[in-house]
Design a protein around this ligand. Sequence first.
Ligand SMILES: [Zn+2]
Length: 694
Amino acid sequence: MSRFFLTTAIDYVNSQPHLGTAYEKICADVIARYKRLCGFDTRFLMGNDEHSQNVFKKASEEGLDPLAYCDQMEEVFRTAWRRLDVSFDDFIRTTEPRHKAGVTDLVKRIHEAGDIYEGVYEGWYCVSCEEFKQEKDLVDGNCPLHPTLKPEWIREKNYFFRLSKYQQPLLDHFAAHPEFMQPDMRRNEILRLIESGLIDVSVSRAGQSWGIPLPWDPRSVVYVWFDALINYASAVGLGHDPQMFERWWPADLHVIGKDITRFHAVIWPAMLMAANLPVPRQIFGHGFMTLNGQRMSKTLGNLIDPGDAAGRLGTDTLRLYLVKEVAFGGDGDFSWERYDERYNVDLANNLGNLVSRVTTMAVRYRQGRLAPTGASSDQLTRLGEQMIAGYRRAMDCFALHEGAAAAFQMIDATNEFIAATSPWALAKDPASADRLTQVLYDAAEAIRLAAVLLQPIMPSSSREILRRVGVAGDGLTLDRDARWRNDGERMLALDGPLWPRRDATAGADVRVGPSDAKEPRTVTDNETKPTAVPPTRAGAPALVPPAPQTSPDPTAASASPAAPPASPAPSPPPLQASPAPGESSSERIAIEDFMKVELRTAKVLTAERVPKSNKLLKLSVDVGTEQRTLVAGIAEAYEPDALVGRTVVIVFNLKPAKLMGIESNGMVLAASPDGGKPTVVSFDEPPPPGTRVR
Ligand SMILES: [Zn+2]
């Protein structure tokens, strides 16, 4: 069996997993699952990058031994990836002995080849990037990625890797293997960079203890970037398991972010060439996710926890959004509004509704039991074959969004097929009994094919859909299962909606959802907790009926199917609307809970607009004992000057939060009518600043 070894970038453990990192892991997971579906013996590697000075610093700040800190973070990352159904086969940590063996082996090989030499490094170093910076790369003297951070000027004994020697071999490699770096635009960027000349790079840091010592000079450790790249090889045996290394190296694919293509497509292959080892077959540099068009970053305080997004509408919904809505390789945008919208359009109204209609009709007209009575629809089978071919072409070149689109074309075609054949009309005519059975069989078969194609993207939903159309979801292969079938009896199962539609009421809690992170919220007296998100896991009870269709199909309406009593398939549970807004406000809290919230008066000293925000004002306030800065979402209702001198009420003991790069220490209370402008809570005769409000 041919093998396929793919990797993602390993993550710095001094930060938490966020939607941007999750995007990479999910896309790589889709590729891994696709390769397994194609029958490859697939190995999918992920891991954590632990030898960073920032990790060391962060651990000391928390009073932890760095390794103990890394142990904790390993759990954080593993939990996040499990939550997103990321099916890695191996997870490497750069503090593991196997990695140390790989690094030691590789640097020794390069050193022995004469491509590592001793020198003195003098120049700029950004501690946050942990990268040496050239003068020409600095912006106003600062790191371009850390505009508030002045790089350090360092002078130390370093070992250098003779990267300059590999300019021509790299150019030759790129010419001989046009597929080496993808997509093409990144390949062209890298080619221009190589053509402009390569300078030798530092591979060690002196006087540090956190890292892997150079075998010939243990007073120096391997520079973290050099160290990190080697994980791909050490995870498959470099320096400790030659047989395994023989089996799995070189990697077939490194999936990485576009910001680290230079390390992966220039330095890494040159390192391997120097060590006389094969270079990876392909590197794919994906784009970045933005939030509402804005870059997501720790500094901006707008990072999204992927667990929140998965919790809101289901893991598979998040996976589908990231894969289908972003052309893989380019940049993509996430917004909570669009996320909800795509859920309704693609899942609730389209795929979920189709599964529900076909299983409902199968149960109503045929007690769920379907077997072919003749030939399949020519049109549907032909379309199916085209879509499967298109899907394979797209997925083979990692156009994941086109793969997802192909599966959805199949779903659209099936909806059209049902509209054109009108099974409900056939059901009225006893002479059309065989025809009806075949139509339903074909529709179920088309759904089955779509579910097979969607398996890499939506693994648990695919399995559930396959169950409902009466086939097993285990051990699928494209060669066997992505083919039109017209044989064998199937027992379809009717169950509640896979993706209950999120109606406008449920959608209204967008602003109290995790999207809050982007702008602060003012508290209102009638504020309620967000209504519970309808369960979206397969098999969960239904809360909302499938969306009504415009077609005359009676089964498409929300009525429960009149399944015969003998039917083994349960009817959907009684239909029920989402909880009305405010319903959850009946959940009252105890006085002790309220008293945990420390409300105090504060006098506004200065107020100004937050640049690039329509809603935010930056206030400095006197709270009696100190002066504080806070950010309030009231710019639409108040001119900054009108607030100066006024006494407001703030939540005094709120944890600080970063909003648009400003640390906010507290929250201003305001009444916020739905759709209206906020009014800050104020007094006729203001008490002195710092007075407790209760
Ligand atoms: Zn930097």
